[in-house]
Design a protein around this ligand. Structure first.
Ligand code: X2X
Length: 344
C-alpha cells in the first residue's frame, strides 16, 4: 500500500486539508484495497493536448500502483475559480497536489520563469529541447523547488502564434491599436513594444471576450490550444511569428512529495516523464497539421519570411532587455549559451 505519512509540525490549512483528504479516502476504502485520490489541476479545456497528457499520467499511475493511487483531473482551473495563476500558487502551498500548466502562469510567483518565453530566445524545437533536456531545466527545477513545487517533467504548450479579428498581421505596425489578450506580465511589455493594447485575462474568459469583441486578438500555440479550443470560430486571421515559446511543467506540491515513500516517488516521476513525452509528441504533430485545419475552418494564415521575423525581433528588443534584468542576466545567459552551443 502507498502511504502518505503524516508529519508533525504546524497545523496549516494546507496540512489539514491534505491529512483530512487522506483520512477520508482511507476511511471510505477501509478494507481490502485502500485507495488514495490525489488532485491534478490544469487551466485549459478537456479537449487539449494538456488534458490528453494528464490522462496518460493518470492511467500510468493507476496501472503502476495497481489502482491504489487515483489521480483526479480538474481542467479549466476549476479548483481555483478559473484563476490560472492562483492555481500554481495553491500547489506551491500544498493546497492542491499536482499542477500541469505553462511556465507563464508561474511567472507572477517566480519572474525567472519568464526566461522560456523571452521573445525570440528560441528559433525552433532543437533550441527548445537543448534547454529542456539540459542544465537550464535543472536550474529552473531548483528555483521552483524553493517555491514548494517539485518538477516531475516538462511538456509543451508550444510556440505562440497571434490571431485577431481585424486584419492580417505581417509587420509590427499592423499590431498598432489592436487590443490583445495576454496571459502574463512579460507579454504586457512585449505587446506595448509593438504598439498594441495588452489586456491580461484568464484563459477561461478568452473565448467569450473574443466572441463579444471585448478584445481583438490573442496569442497561443496552434496544436495544443488554438485548434482544440476552437479559436478559429471567433478569429479570422493568424500569423505564424514564433515570437515566444511556452513549455508546460507537471509539478507536485513539495508537501505531498516529501510525504511519499521512494517507490511511489519513482512511479510518479516515471509516469510523468512518459506522459509528458507523449504530450510533447502529440502537440508537435497537431501543430504540424494545424495550419491546414485552420485554413479549412476559414482562417487566413500569414506566414512570415526570415526578414519579416527579424522586424518583430527588433521591435521586441526593449522588453527582452528589460526582462533580462528582471529574470537575472546569469540565468538568461545560461539559456542563450545552451542554445548557441546546440546550434554549432
Ligand atoms: O492562458 C493562456 O494563454 C495559456 C492557456 O496558454 C496559458 O496557460 C499560458
Amino acid at each position: 500500500m502507498i502511504r502518505i505519512q503524516r508529519s508533525g509540525g504546524a497545523c496549516t490549512r494546507a496540512f489539514l486539508s491534505a491529512t483530512v483528504a487522506a483520512a477520508m479516502v482511507v476511511g471510505v476504502n477501509a478494507g481490502a484495497s485502500a485507495q488514495q485520490t490525489l488532485r491534478l489541476t490544469h487551466n485549459v479545456s478537456d479537449e487539449t493536448t494538456w488534458h490528453e497528457g494528464a490522462e496518460r499520467f493518470k492511467e500510468l499511475v493507476a496501472e503502476r500502483t495497481d489502482g491504489e493511487l487515483e489521480i483526479r483531473l480538474h481542467p479549466n482551473a476549476e479548483l481555483s475559480g478559473g484563476d490560472q495563476i492562483r492555481m500554481v500558487e495553491m500547489v506551491g502551498r500544498g493546497q492542491l497536489d499536482f499542477a500541469l500548466t505553462s511556465a507563464i502562469n508561474a511567472t507572477p510567483m517566480m519572474e525567472e520563469m519568464a526566461v522560456f518565453s523571452l521573445p525570440y530566445i528560441y528559433e525552433d524545437y532543437d533550441d527548445v529541447d537543448a534547454t529542456l533536456e539540459g542544465p537550464p531545466a535543472e536550474r529552473m527545477a531548483e528555483i521552483m523547488r524553493e517555491e514548494g513545487l517539485v518538477t516531475l517533467a516538462w511538456g509543451e504548450n508550444g510556440f505562440r502564434q497571434i490571431t485577431n479579428s481585424q486584419h492580417p498581421i505581417r509587420t509590427p505596425s499592423d499590431l498598432e491599436g489592436l487590443t490583445i489578450r495576454v496571459a502574463g506580465p512579460m507579454y504586457i511589455d512585449v505587446m506595448e513594444d509593438l504598439g498594441a493594447n495588452p489586456e491580461q485575462m484568464q484563459w477561461t474568459e478568452v473565448f467569450s471576450a473574443l466572441q463579444q469583441g471585448v478584445v481583438d486578438g490573442q496569442e497561443n500555440p496552434i496544436g495544443a490550444i488554438i485548434v482544440p479550443q476552437r479559436i478559429y470560430e471567433v478569429q479570422d486571421y493568424i500569423t505564424v511569428w514564433n515570437y515566444s515559446y511556452d513549455p508546460l511543467f507537471l509539478a507536485v506540491s513539495e508537501q505531498l512529495w516529501t510525504s511519499l515513500d521512494a517507490e511511489t516517488q519513482e512511479i510518479l516521476r516515471g509516469a510523468a516523464q512518459e506522459a509528458m513525452e507523449y504530450q510533447v509528441a502529440i502537440s508537435r504533430e497537431r501543430t504540424a497539421e494545424g495550419l491546414d485545419r485552420l485554413r479549412e475552418e476559414g482562417m487566413e494564415v500569414t506566414e512570415l519570411s526570415a526578414e519579416e521575423i527579424d522586424a518583430f525581433r527588433e521591435a521586441t528588443r526593449d522588453s527582452y532587455n528589460a526582462w533580462r534584468e528582471r529574470i537575472g542576466p546569469e540565468l538568461v545567459e545560461l539559456f542563450e549559451e545552451t542554445v548557441a552551443e546546440s546550434r554549432q
